[in-house]
Design a protein around this ligand. Structure first.
Ligand code: SIN
Length: 312
């Protein structure tokens, strides 16, 4: 069975790894990912300076998923350079991915340059879609600003693959507008989708919202968002699948979910809410389920199913 993936010069030993979000902020959490069956170590989105993030409670699980407003709590990019160097020594065959975020163009450029120059980091995911910073709209909903930022990012020297984590789009016209921007640059991959931003969950018992920050609004993940993620993967695959890798994030909790997303056009998948809920054991379980489902359907290579959704 062949379940590997390749993005430029980066080889993934399997196709399932963690999203930048749960359980990837501290060195201990990152080491636990390295020791798990995750096929890469994605680090928490980092900014130039460390951040405490939003006030608690800022993450809650519910039956159908999760709501979070962490607010990009991280240790600052210099720490993630140190963590990556330590991880590479321990896990030399596991791709290490830096997730970067900024609050100005200068921030993004500083971080892209820093990680392009760090040998232990294999790939860069630029987060254009965090919904949880008060007063800061999700960058990728502003097409002009995104275009300008992406153009600048590709002026930074370096040959590591760079991709973008996108928010969910709810109208094919918007998907197409973003695809037309991405087409202009040597983008290696896109990750669809970040959490569905600014949602509200109420506990009827307490008559209160579940989380405190941002007027109680947070990013929705888990079962709720799977069909939205699937639609985004499919739309982007049709528009961009011949020029960049599509990575799915949003609502995976079983091996069959992985199968569906590959059919829609994803080549790799990231786990978010399920990792929060089950910890790193979820990688081995979901991988096993996926292998079993492939076997049941007589498939032996992921290439046989990627994008092969049958037409109606
Ligand atoms: C957060 O830190 O608020 C979540 C990360 C993200 O949505 O990009």
């Amino acid at each position: 069975m062949t379940f590997t993936a390749q993005i430029k010069n980066v080889t993934f030993p399997d196709i399932i790894y963690n999203s930048s979000g749960p359980r990837c902020t501290t060195p201990e959490e990152l080491e636990a990912l390295g020791n798990s069956e995750s096929s890469a170590i994605m680090m928490k989105s980092c900014s130039p300076e460390s951040r405490n993030g939003n006030p608690e409670p800022r993450y809650k699980e519910v039956e159908l998923g999760s709501i979070n407003s962490i607010g990009l709590a991280n240790h600052g990019y210099q720490k993630y350079i140190e963590y990556a160097a330590e991880l590479k020594q321990q896990f030399p065959n596991t791709p290490i991915i830096a997730s970067i975020v900024g609050f100005s163009q200068e921030d993004f450029l500083l971080l892209v340059e820093a990680f392009q120059n760090e040998p232990s980091v294999d790939m860069l995911e630029v987060n254009l879609s965090c919904p949880n910073v008060v007063g800061k709209p999700q960058i990728a909903y502003d097409f002009e600003v995104s275009d300008e930022l992406i153009a600048k990012i590709f002026t930074v020297p370096g040959d590591k693959p760079i991709g973008f984590k996108l928010p969910p789009y709810f109208d094919p016209v918007h998907t197409e507008m973003m695809a037309n921007i991405l087409k202009k640059y040597p983008v290696s991959f896109i990750t669809c989708i970040n959490s569905v931003g600014n949602t509200l969950i109420i506990d009827p018992e307490t008559e209160r919202p579940l989380i405190a920050p941002k007027g109680w609004l947070g990013g929705l993940g888990g079962d709720y968002v799977k069909p939205i993620a699937l639609a985004n993967v499919r739309m982007f695959y049709k528009l961009l699948g011949d020029r960049m890798t599509i990575i799915w994030c949003g609502g995976i909790k079983s091996g069959v979910d992985v199968f569906e997303h590959l059919l829609a056009g994803a080549s790799l998948v990231q786990l978010g809410t399920v990792l929060w809920k089950e910890d790193v054991a979820c990688f081995a379980r979901i991988k096993r389920e996926f292998y079993e489902y492939m076997e049941k359907k007589w498939y032996t290579d992921v290439k046989e199913i990627i994008g092969k959704l049958k037409e109606l």
